[in-house]
Design a protein around this ligand. Structure first.
Ligand code: ZN
Length: 70
């Protein structure tokens, strides 16, 4: 009779809780592990720029990946 409980638990996807490493939003399956293509590009850009591991360095004004909220 345990099987019933386990089967019920299996209905939940095991990947829950994943968040975009860039902005912390829930990831989008199409852009995993990011929430959007933009964040994926931001991450890629950081890697290519070699600034990924250097904290405290923000992008300058051009193309700042920040979403405007109302
Ligand atoms: Zn994101």
């Amino acid at each position: 009779m345990k099987a019933a409980a386990e089967a019920k638990a299996d209905q939940s996807p095991p990947k829950r809780g994943r968040k975009c490493p860039i902005c912390g939003k829930p990831t989008d399956p199409d852009n995993s592990p990011f929430c959007s293509r933009r964040c994926a590009q931001v991450d890629l850009h950081r890697w290519l720029s070699g600034t990924y591991v250097i904290p405290g360095r923000e992008e300058d004004g051009t193309g700042t990946p920040r979403e405007e909220e109302n």
